[in-house]
Design a protein around this ligand. Structure first.
Ligand code: NAD
Ligand code: TYD
Length: 323
């Protein structure tokens, strides 16, 4: 058995990655270390004897050292604070988890001589691009505390004396994404005939990739990537936010009058775009939100639970004055 540590495996991408890895690698035993923050959801976890869940904080050295005790051949670090709007309200959790947490994992990986450490980063570290596409050599120009914490983690990882590979992917969509993010928020609001809040003029551009394609790309990097290298992963689907909101209305047969333009996010990056030629890998799925919309329609209990409690309070503060 190959012992693999995946962090953040109760979150959106982490849970999809674990499910894909269990399917593709019958010889892997996966330990999933996740602190179950507001973004972590036990309902996302697979039930498989080769998956072992441990609730714990990646920034807590005692916890991490204990988890590393039996040793790992591979670490895939997906645990992070991930929501830009939350980072604008307070950066401390982002610095703690994304930077200190990554450092804490790297220190343990170094001590235990882990053979490969995959650091999951993001296209947001390159900042906004008016034209062209960022390559792995492009300057880091993070423009919000989330992106800054991820950029800092990348630099910490590259200098830790561990065989690290960094991946920087574009925006993900698919089942199990937290409702605070744009696409699930629009889908679930539309299902409830509530406003779809579009920031500014709605013409900010993101490049969207299906989460299963992203996970397949991570698996490709694990097999073919070279330690010390950075690889961009791109969906190749650059779309304006307003186009996405309109598509969701169309798929759900809801009126576009539900779309409401609201006060822009401060420092809102206009466009992210990546050149991913270095990896030489292409996603399989064409951009299509139908399956994702269907998943949220069919899994109302999942998102109603996520949308209650803490989220309701957050949503009121975020949009209460604006809608
Ligand atoms: P998510 O917010 O859905 O999940 C994050 C997970 O990390 C949660 O399960 C949470 O409980 C866990 N976590 C948070 N703090 C922790 C801590 N201190 N210790 C242990 N666990 C902790 O995030 P996601 O969208 O699945 O993103 C996963 C990774 O992929 C992140 O590193 C993110 O930067 C990166 N990424 C995301 C996207 C995207 O579009 N979602 C794109 C590119 C890169
Ligand atoms: P988001 O899902 O938060 O991802 P990120 O900021 O990491 O790209 O946002 C995607 C895009 O949608 C981004 O341009 C901000 C915009 N957006 C809205 O227009 N309205 C919203 O309510 C949210 C959450 C995001």
């Amino acid at each position: 058995m190959t012992r693999v540590l995946v962090t953040g495996g109760a979150g959106f991408i982490g849970s999809h990655f674990i499910k894909l890895a269990l399917r593709r690698h019958p010889d892997w035993h996966i330990v999933n270390l996740d602190n179950l923050t507001y973004a972590g959801n036990p309902a996302n976890l697979p039930t498989d004897p080769r998956h072992e869940f441990i609730k714990g904080d990646i920034a807590d050295a005692a916890t991490v050292n204990r988890v590393f005790e039996p040793g790992f051949e591979l670490v895939v670090n997906l645990a992070a604070e991930t929501h830009v709007d939350r980072s604008l309200r307070g950066a401390a959790d982002f610095i703690r988890t994304d930077v200190l947490g990554t450092h804490t994992l790297l220190a343990a990986a170094r001590q235990h001589q882990v053979a490969k450490f995959i650091q999951i980063s993001t296209d947001e570290v390159y900042g906004s691009l008016q034209t062209g596409r960022a390559t792995e050599e492009s300057p880091l120009r993070p423009a919000n505390p989330y992106a800054a914490s991820k950029a800092a983690a990348d630099l910490v990882a590259l200098t830790a004396g561990v065989p690290v590979i960094i991946t920087r992917c574009t925006n993900n969509y698919g089942p199990n994404q937290h409702v605070e993010k744009f696409i699930p928020l629009c889908i679930t609001n539309a299902l409830d005939n509530q406003p779809l809040p579009v920031y500014g003029d709605g013409r900010n551009i993101r490049d969207w990739i299906h989460v299963e394609d992203h996970c397949a790309a991570i698996d490709h990097v694990i097999e073919h990537g070279t330690p010390g290298e950075i690889y961009n992963i791109a969906g190749g689907n650059e779309l304006e936010n307003i186009t996405i909101a309109r598509q969701i209305c169309r798929i759900l047969a809801k009126p576009e009058s539900l779309i409401k333009f609201v006060t822009d996010r401060p420092g809102h990056d206009r466009r992210y775009a990546l050149n991913a030629d270095k990896l030489g890998w292409k996603p399989q799925r064409p951009f299509d939100l139908t399956g994702t919309v269907e998943w949220y329609r069919a899994n109302e209990a999942w998102w109603r639970k996520v949308k209650s409690g803490e989220f309701r309070q957050y949503y009121q503060q975020q949009y209460g004055q604006r809608l």
